[in-house]
Design a protein around this ligand. Structure first.
Ligand code: PHB
Length: 412
């Protein structure tokens, strides 16, 4: 580069014709120099432009833990990998959508796109938020990185959506299959009455009946502040071999387990099986003894045995003095996806280039090996069978089986 610039240097002329020729050449060289300087300044400006990531998550209300875990994971990634991606300073702009408030999520997304001029939208704890924002992502051609919302159809709502978390059919099918193969003949289903609950109910029914099981009843519970007592009584009266449960992770699961114990369903020989949303590490300690023995299938446990996970859990605990759960890992992996895509595009965050860059991307996550399905933009990952066990003085999701490279079965 230095040699090239030296070649453009002005040299004094010796005669009038050569002086004329030289002055033309000189002007040409000067213009070329100015052009080059402008080009470099342009690139400099591009790289100096921060990469704005607008994160929409619940930070208050009953699902506030989602925002906390997702942001903790995302910030840990920045702490470990630096705050710039492909030469651009990464700026996280966080907005609280309080949980299930799709109009608010949409307004926040619009403000982030128009006023803050974010390059990427991310977060999305709950399905209604993701559905509400999807059309804006399409309109603005702004990539949208889903870090939790898990209704299967979300990624079909915009070509600018990529999901690094899980889908309900993906995490439900394995426990249904396990139940059918492990002496459970009849199941009563209890699911939250919205997208992910409907997905879980449908997939459980399909996979369990395909394995020879029978669904003897089921109920859909309100998505906000349900009182589980009457639903638990109905489940008990149906006397199934097992209850299958999906409720959004957090306090609802704690309340359900309390009621399960109080109404003595386990004593009547009814087993509890669920997706791992129930026994998430953020609330597992507060569930206590009623959680012991619960069987779940899921993509992340904080005791997953791999060097990547051990390092992740240690770093997370050092940074935040608490246990990481699946949402934190999605926040962490989501930032990895953004950084890697940006490296691939040389720092260009154009929506179309970004979406091309994420297709087929593979990496080793704390949860195991993952890949973004180039066709669906959903994540392909290992789903583990786990049992809640007391290890030392804490409860853990102890893995005992796994299905590798598992896709959403509805999108095969
Ligand atoms: C969702 O709203 O998509 C959702 C929320 C909590 C979960 C899983 C899915 O644990």
């Amino acid at each position: 580069m230095l040699a090239f610039l030296q070649a453009l240097r002005f040299r004094p002329a010796s005669s009038s014709t050569t002086r004329h020729r030289t002055s033309v050449a000189c002007r040409f060289r000067r213009s070329a120099l100015v052009f080059l300087m402008m080009l470099f300044m342009g690139i400099g400006t591009l790289n100096a432009t921060p990469l704005k990531v607008g994160i929409i998550v619940p930070m208050s209300g009953p699902f506030a833990a989602y925002g906390k875990q997702i942001l903790n994971g995302a910030k840990l990634y920045l702490k470990q990998n630096g705050t710039s991606a492909a030469g651009r300073e990464v700026e996280l702009i966080v907005r609280d959508d309080t949980g299930i408030a799709p109009d608010l999520s949409k307004r926040l997304a619009r403000e982030l796109i128009i006023r803050e001029k974010v390059d990427i939208l991310a977060g999305f704890g709950m399905t209604p938020a993701a559905f509400a924002v999807a059309p804006l992502a399409t309109q603005a051609k702004t990539p949208m990185v889903i870090m939790n919302a898990a209704t299967s159809a979300i990624t079909t709502k915009s070509p600018y959506i990529v999901r690094v978390s899980q889908t309900l059919p993906q995490v439900t099918a394995p426990v249904a299959q396990w139940a059918a193969e492990n002496g459970i003949e009849t199941v009563y289903t209890v699911v939250a009455d919205y997208g992910p609950g409907h997905d879980a109910e449908k997939q459980f029914t399909e996979s369990f009946t395909a394995g020879g099981g029978t669904i003897i009843g089921g109920v859909r519970t309100p998505v906000s502040s349900p009182d589980f007592s009457s639903y638990l009584q109905r489940a008990k009266d149906a006397a199934p071999d097992a209850v299958f449960l999906f409720v959004p992770s957090g306090e609802q699961g704690v309340a359900f387990l309390k009621g399960f114990k109080a109404r003595a369903l386990a004593k009547q020989g009814i087993q509890l099986i669920a997706t791992g949303d129930l026994t998430d590490e953020d609330v597992l300690d507060s569930m206590g003894e009623p959680a012991e023995g619960v069987i779940t299938s899921f993509h992340y446990s904080d005791v997953h045995d791999s060097p990547e996970n051990k390092a992740y859990v240690q770093a997370y605990q050092e940074a935040y003095q608490e246990r990481p759960n699946f949402m934190s890992v999605a926040g962490y992996d989501g930032m990895h996806l953004i950084y890697t895509a940006l490296e691939k595009t040389d720092g260009d965050s154009d929506g179309d280039r970004f979406m091309e860059a994420i297709k087929g991307m593979r990496w080793i996550s704390p949860r195991g090996e993952v890949e973004i399905d180039a066709d669906t933009r959903d994540i392909i990952q290992t789903i583990y069978m786990r049992e809640v066990k007391r290890v030392g003085d804490a409860l853990h999701n102890v893995e005992f089986d796994q299905i590798d490279r598992f896709r959403d079965p509805g999108k095969e």
